[in-house]
Design a protein around this ligand. Structure first.
Ligand SMILES: NC(=O)c1ccc[n+]([C@@H]2O[C@H](COP(=O)([O-])OP(=O)(O)OC[C@H]3O[C@@H](n4cnc5c(N)ncnc54)[C@H](O)[C@@H]3O)[C@@H](O)[C@H]2O)c1
Length: 253
């Protein structure tokens, strides 16, 4: 059963919100009556499509195109979106990239070169920092919350690359840092997704037929599953901060 909160008058901003987990979170907030700014890459064809679809359904959505990996772009994108909505209650730092269409084994140091490091650090780790910094005052004013999208790969069990795992481990750590930094007014938590039914650019063995049987709950997580967890950590969870919740159907058990 889907959780329900009355978020009338509340405002959320979701980065990487035009697809997958981000779009799941966008729809969860909209279902509860919030206004939502949807960030995605300016080049994303999905962003205008999603805005058009959701507006036509009568939802209050604001387009916030911008690359969170861009130090100059991001503060402008954040300021415009917060101004357009007239404040901010929930920031969802969800945009991320594997930077590779195929997993890179840990032994392949050559492919994880400086450019690769810089791309993943910029988008997956400094991106959430840029958005959090730009949103901090508005969130302090509203007494809001932040949810970061990390990954179960943060816990050292492998992922699309060592660099990706390191950025997500960093995000788990920053979740605790920012929880302390913004307490007692703003709560900061994270979800760590396992297998995801999304358009993620990196193809995993977990997407092969039959993998779902290796998951205790016997299915791949959907954007609705992840959106629900993000909604709970944002709008509920009044006494939870600094935590990363594995949302993985029991995979890490
Ligand atoms: N798919 C997985 O297997 C998986 C597992 C664990 C964690 N995650 C994390 O979940 C988050 C969402 O992934 P998803 O599975 O929904 O993938 P997705 O590809 O469906 O969605 C990601 C969205 O982020 C956008 N995006 C990418 N780089 C961006 C940038 N620099 N600025 C703004 N937007 C950007 C993309 O255009 C896309 O719309 C990511 O942070 C990812 O690291 C994914």
């Amino acid at each position: 059963m889907l959780a329900s909160y009355d978020l009338t008058g509340k405002k959320a901003l979701v980065t990487g919100g035009a697809s997958g987990i981000g779009l799941g979170a966008v729809k969860a907030f909209l279902r509860c009556g919030a206004t939502v700014a949807i960030n995605d890459l300016p080049s994303s064809p999905r962003l205008p499509e999603v805005i058009a679809e959701l507006s036509a359904e009568g939802h209050a959505v604001v387009a916030a195109p911008g690359n969170v990996g861009d130090a100059e772009d991001t503060p402008h994108m954040m300021r415009r979106a917060i101004d357009d909505m007239g404040g901010l209650d929930f920031l969802i730092n969800n945009a991320g990239t594997p930077g590779t269409p195929q997993p890179i084994p840990p032994s392949d140091f050559e492919r994880q070169d400086e450019d690769f490091w810089n791309l993943l650090l910029n988008v997956n780790l400094i991106g959430p920092y840029r958005c959090t910094k730009a949103a901090a005052n508005a969130l302090r004013e509203s007494g809001g919350a932040i949810v970061n999208t990390a990954s179960i790969s943060a816990h050292g069990n492998g992922g699309s690359s060592s660099v990706y795992c390191a950025t997500k481990a960093g995000l788990v750590n920053l979740t605790k840092e920012w929880a302390r930094a913004l307490a007692p007014v703003v709560r900061v938590n994270a979800i760590a997704p396992g297998a995801v039914d999304s358009a993620w650019m990196c193809r995993f063995p977990s997407q092969d037929a039959g993998f779902d049987r290796a998951i205790p709950l016997q299915r791949i997580g959907t954007p609705v599953d992840y959106g629900e967890a993000i909604l709970f950590l944002s709008a509920g969870a009044d006494y939870i901060t600094g935590q990363t919740i594995n949302v993985d159907g029991g995979l890490t058990t």
